[in-house]
Design a protein. Structure first.
Length: 243
């Protein structure tokens, strides 16, 4: 089999931590010398990509911005692959701490906190002020057994307990290091995950709305602790079900 064109991703394929190793650049040069075509496909915006990769000239075409833009490095021609949206898209920042929340209020249309409590939602609304979107995320688990719910919640949150940004955020929300150790205390787990029947889950969602949320993003936990979608939760909470 003879390959006439190679299309490759940027992050995690050509680049690691945003940087392309010199040996990778040499390999791309050798490939081009063989007379074959190179195409770069990336979700990055073109100006950002140009800053990160000095050898864009090695590519015959660049498909950037998740397929929204086709770029020819030889002619520097940019060709949008879709019409401009009729309305300007909203920008919502994944903000946790007070400084990022203030930045969201100043420069964006709102904020999307993750792994937070209704009390955090109230604090976020106070920082954002009126007129800005506040869209917190809530883990939800359709499970009535307390011990089982805590075990499943502990599995779902184990990854985040290893990440400094979330740990710092939980400290600001009033959880001590002892509550974040060993997979999380019972109080911590029950604050992070809305578990129980439909009524209990809806009550937790309502707490975020009462605290100033405009939209509450639910993230169902599978019955085995996985992040696989639990269709039962969506069926119960679908807005059309109560219309």
């Amino acid at each position: 089999m003879y390959i006439i064109c190679l299309a490759t991703d940027y992050d995690g394929t050509l680049a690691h931590n945003g940087v392309v190793d010199p040996s990778t650049v040499e390999a791309l040069i050798d490939f081009k010398r063989s007379g074959r075509k190179l195409v770069l496909v990336t979700g990055r915006e073109l100006p950002d990509l140009s800053r990160c990769l000095s050898r864009l000239d090695l590519f015959d075409r660049v498909v950037a911005e998740n397929g929204a833009l086709l770029y020819n490095p030889a002619t520097r021609k940019e060709q949008p692959l879709a019409p401009e949206p009729p309305e300007k898209p909203l920008t919502v920042v994944a903000a946790l701490g007070p400084r990022m929340m203030a930045l969201s209020a100043e420069l964006a249309d709102g904020a999307h906190p993750y792994n937070t409590t209704p009390e955090h939602t109230a604090q976020a609304r106070a920082i954002l002020g009126p007129g800005k979107l506040l869209c917190p995320e809530v883990w939800v688990l359709l499970e009535n057994d307390r011990a089982r719910a805590r075990s499943v919640a502990r599995q779902a949150l184990s990854h985040y307990l290893q990440l400094d940004n979330y740990v710092r955020g939980w400290r600001r929300q009033g959880f001590g290091d002892d509550e974040l150790a060993g997979g999380g205390s019972d109080r911590f787990l029950e604050a992070m995950v809305a578990w129980g029947d439909e009524g209990a889950i809806r009550a937790r969602i309502q707490q975020h709305w009462d605290a100033g949320a405009d939209h509450v993003c639910i993230q169902p936990i599978g019955p085995q602790g996985s992040r696989q979608l639990d269709e039962r939760v969506l069926d119960l909470l679908a807005p059309a079900r109560r219309s």
